[in-house]
Design a binder for this molecule. Structure first.
Ligand SMILES: CC(C)(COP(=O)(O)OP(=O)(O)OC[C@H]1O[C@@H](n2cnc3c(N)ncnc32)[C@H](O)[C@@H]1OP(=O)(O)O)[C@@H](O)C(=O)NCCC(=O)NCCS
Length: 182
């Protein structure tokens, strides 16, 4: 495993750059998007103070990669590589595009592709995994396009609006990533 620091990552249409303390206002606004909160299973309501502390914490951390997804210098969401297991070379990944108009346009998929590439090729992860709720077929499709495979299901993992929702675990392994890139 390596720790390559936090370089800016350039995609075709997006730029990924490390979250800073100055991103708190945009993140607070993003966390008001009800659809994003439902799809990510976010029950909590975050105060501005808590988001400020979070942004400062992740900006200073050297064991997680919290990146802003930017289009033309505007932060439209975030992609995060966290829960790093250095011994087993694995990590968790999550993504959200807060702006409704920017979803379904391939930008979230591009962000996942860039961060997955970084995690496997630069941090030297063997395994990157994620959780996705069964009521989010768009995200499942997006992750499949990047190369993630369904591994299993945590039944009734989320209670939302009076209903129990399953959570699927998906993951990509370094050899699969390298084979698909070849
Ligand atoms: C999930 C997310 C990152 C996906 O990124 P995106 O850039 O919007 O996705 P894309 O536009 O590349 O691809 C979406 C795919 O899902 C498909 N899709 C869209 N709605 C769908 C639906 N209801 N059922 C099945 N597939 C659907 C699209 O057709 C497309 O597939 P295709 O390229 O084969 O046609 C983004 O939509 C997002 O942030 N959503 C809100 C928060 C969220 O859900 N986060 C993930 C939590 S696990």
């Amino acid at each position: 495993m390596r720790n390559p620091g936090k370089p800016t990552l350039h995609g075709e249409r997006i730029t990924l750059r490390p979250v800073t303390a100055d991103d708190a206002d945009v993140m607070v606004a993003g966390l008001e998007d009800e659809e994003s909160n439902r799809l990510t299973g976010t029950h909590e309501i975050f105060t501005a103070r808590r988001v400020e502390k979070h942004c400062a914490m992740v900006a200073a951390a050297d064991d997680r990669w919290d990146y802003a997804i930017e289009v033309d210098g505007r932060m439209i969401g975030e992609v995060v590589l966290n829960e790093i297991d250095w011994d087993n070379r694995s990590a968790n990944i999550r993504v959200v595009i807060w702006e409704p108009a920017s979803r379904n346009t391939g930008l979230g998929t591009e962000a996942m592709r860039l961060m997955t590439k970084f995690g496997i090729e630069e941090v030297d992860h063997h395994r990157i995994e994620l959780g996705v709720y069964a009521f989010n077929p768009r995200a499942i499709r997006s992750y499949e396009k990047v190369g993630y495979t369904l591994e299993g299901t945590r039944r009734d993992a989320l209670y939302w609006d009076g209903e129990w929702i399953d959570s699927h675990t998906m993951a990509v392994l370094a050899p699969e990533w390298e084979a698909s890139a070849a």
